[in-house]
Unconditional design. Structure first.
Length: 337
């Protein structure tokens, strides 16, 4: 990586301190290019980017104007439709795409040209890191680069984790991260399709961190739960939620609703109501329906009745308009005679 030392005023002005990173980038480029600067270049500078360690990932439509061809850059493209969320990234400067990202004291590592990093799951990663998992064996059916495997091991105190992942690049990243965090002796990585997992009767807890639905993993989750004591399933799912109408007292007030009659929220507040609110009826219906289906799968598998109880419904984020990424904590126990 290259570093550029730029002269600075001893005491930056108040206006300079208020500049956003994208404004600072534009100002520095305008200064460096001098008379070559143009409105075309101004429009071509990215508004936002991702930073991982000493690597910066830009959108694929950044720096496309002809004058930039003489300069180096890195780009981020779209996610490939290959079922593995492989990013379409071209490395234009540097030897490789491996970076390290520290999150909640956990060191993740991955190749940005081969794997995605999802910052949107931070609240759920923090939540699972706080769960009391001391002495437990956990199965993570969709481990990726270790989004949840590592918090369970590093902070939640899980005794052992079986991590399942079918993307070979993510498997390599996970192996490296386990070593970086010193927890490689408490984890076995099962490379391949988790639906073919041969484990049975081992887990106190199962994580099913796949959206829009982890439903194909439900039978596997039931098989790996301890048959004599059961355990807890963390089931991820995208649930469609109709917009919440404004309270009756607000419906007639000026500015309370737009032309469609729905309550309007300030820009940037989308999802805050959903994430902080009590479970909505649609969420509760989904959770209870899932509990009934899991209870049936367990009874059919073991030939005796089980009880599946909703412990908690966590709203992770708004995935799309009126669609919420939820996690259901479901306690599953065999019914004793």
């Amino acid at each position: 990586p290259c570093a550029t030392s730029l002269p600075q005023d001893p005491v930056p002005s108040r206006a300079a301190r208020r500049r956003t990173p994208s404004q600072k980038l534009r100002d520095e480029l305008r200064r460096l290019l001098g008379g070559s600067w143009s409105e075309e270049l101004e429009r071509d500078v990215p508004q936002a980017w991702q930073r991982h360690g000493d690597l910066v990932v830009l959108r694929e439509d950044s720096f496309r104007a002809a004058p930039w061809e003489r300069l180096g850059k890195g780009e981020q493209g779209r996610v490939m439709p290959d079922g593995m969320r492989t990013p379409s990234v071209t490395l234009l400067l540097g030897q490789d795409g491996w970076v390290e990202h520290v999150d909640n004291g956990i060191r993740y590592t991955f190749d940005v040209t081969k794997c995605m990093f999802s910052p949107g799951n931070i609240t759920e990663k923090l939540r699972v890191a706080s769960l009391p998992c001391s002495g437990e064996v956990l199965v993570d059916l969709y481990a990726g680069i270790g989004y949840f495997t590592l918090p369970f091991l590093v902070h939640a105190g899980a005794a052992f984790v079986h991590a399942c992942e079918w993307n070979s690049h993510a498997v390599e990243a996970l192996h490296r991260a386990l070593v970086l965090n010193g927890v490689q002796d408490r984890c076995h990585v099962h490379a391949g399709d988790s639906r073919q997992l041969e484990l049975r009767d081992v887990a106190d807890r199962v994580n099913l961190g796949l959206i829009p639905s982890s439903e194909e993993g439900w039978p596997v989750a039931c098989r790996v739960l301890r048959k004599d004591t059961g355990g807890v399933l963390h089931i991820h799912h995208n649930v469609e939620t109709p917009p919440v109408p404004a309270p009756p007292a607000e419906r007639g007030s000026p500015g309370a609703a737009g032309s469609g009659g729905q309550a309007q929220h300030p820009p940037g507040d989308a999802g805050k109501e959903a994430l902080g609110a009590r479970p909505r009826p649609e969420w509760q219906r989904w959770a209870e329906g899932t509990a009934a289906r899991i209870q049936g799968l367990l009874a059919e598998l073991h030939g005796r009745p089980w009880r599946a109880s909703v412990l908690h419904i966590e709203a992770v984020k708004s995935y799309a308009p009126h669609v919420h990424h939820l996690v259901l904590d479901l306690e599953c126990r065999p019914v004793l005679p």
